[in-house]
Design a protein around this ligand. Sequence first.
Ligand SMILES: [Ca+2]
Ligand SMILES: [Ca+2]
Length: 476
Amino acid sequence: MFIYISRTILRSYVMTSWRRLLLFVGSLAVKIGSAHAMLPCPITRSLACSGTCACTPHTATHDRTIHLWDGPGMYQNNMNCQYLVTSNYIVTLRFIRFIVERDRDFVTINRCTTASCAEKVQLVRATGSAEWEPVYASTATHPFLQLVFTSDGDKVTHGWEVNWNLGLPAPMCAVVTPVCISGQYEQAYTCSDCAANSNSPAGSTGITACVCNAGYTGPNGGPCYNPDEMPCPVTRSLACSGACTCTPHTSTHDGVIVLQDGPGLYGNKMICQYLVTSNYTVTLQFVSFLTEQNMDFVTINRCTTATCAQKIQLLYESGITSLSTVYASDATHPFLQLVFTTDSSVTLDGWVVNWNLGLPAPVCVRPTPVCISGEYERVNSCWNCTANSTSPAGSTGIASCVCNAGYTGPNAGTCSPCPVDTYKEGLGPANCTTCPENSVSAAASIINTACLCKPGHAGENGGTCSPCPLGKYRGN
Ligand SMILES: [Ca+2]
Ligand SMILES: [Ca+2]
């Protein structure tokens, strides 16, 4: 029980520390903005292992847990095992579990000036059941922490686990704002590439300096798309079934699934299934994880269908698990199934998992549009015919655009109004027809009856206009 409490405390301590560090970095970047700045140094860190022990997979290049706990090949007789942890930051070690044979098997932690540990300060020599509260830290003058585990030739017990992390405050490094080449932009003292199909001038600062290339569309800073190949609209769902409280843990959007603490969440005798899917890749990543070891299990499967009749198991875990692993669906297995089962006693903190959509987005080719009358389709878009011309509905290509009645010109070309005293009936490239003799019409006339007899002449509109007989006249 003590051990589980300590894990929770430790986790919150570590998360708080990192949040402080990130806030610190962010505030510095805002305040400074000049050519030179002091920022937390890039992290360098290493964990090395040597001696009579299985050093793999207990050697990691990042902060995490070192464990010699249970199981064959871990805690054994006659071990003499040395771990060396160092960083340009302060390194901390803290036990999260510890049970070794009292006064026979020992864990020693030394703080050293060099990797050889020729000069060292002993911080603890632990045996039996160790305190979990102290944090053992390196210092500026002793940047190496050495952990030595020795066991005698008789009897093994559970073993131990220790978390190694980086301590604060961060060492500060002078940083110069780089001048970035074309196609990149400077942000937070780093040059980054513009998104695909976009570009920026040399010396750009800020992602919005990246502008989409010709033929592509999107906001400054990207992403930039071929207009005919846009990201597909997102479809996604999360369903829950089984012996668990599915509300409010069922959501239609990406977010968090929680089964942690509290009444109605992590209970005994649960069999709970979550099914997540999307037309995008779906990812699951644990934010926290603590279930009863060997009793309460979380399984993640990648499935071809919602029934999960055909599946690939990605995880089957109890106790603790990696918080950095990302479990993802793929094109052939677009469903992720998470199953949580618990036995009839003991509930612990439970787990929290984030589900999100992965990139790249699937590309949807825009369907060819069917254009209305007066428009035509070109490169998947509808375009207006030129002035005074029109086209039938469903036209493809500008050649479908023909001049309106009263206008003349080639198909797909410029349509000019018929001059006065002419008319044109119907659509198309035909010339304007001259009104009958002694009749006149307005420009752009669309029918022969627009031809009216001149003053002094009479007749049917559009027909023959005869001079008025002697002694008669006709005005307008
Ligand atoms: Ca022993
Ligand atoms: Ca249980």
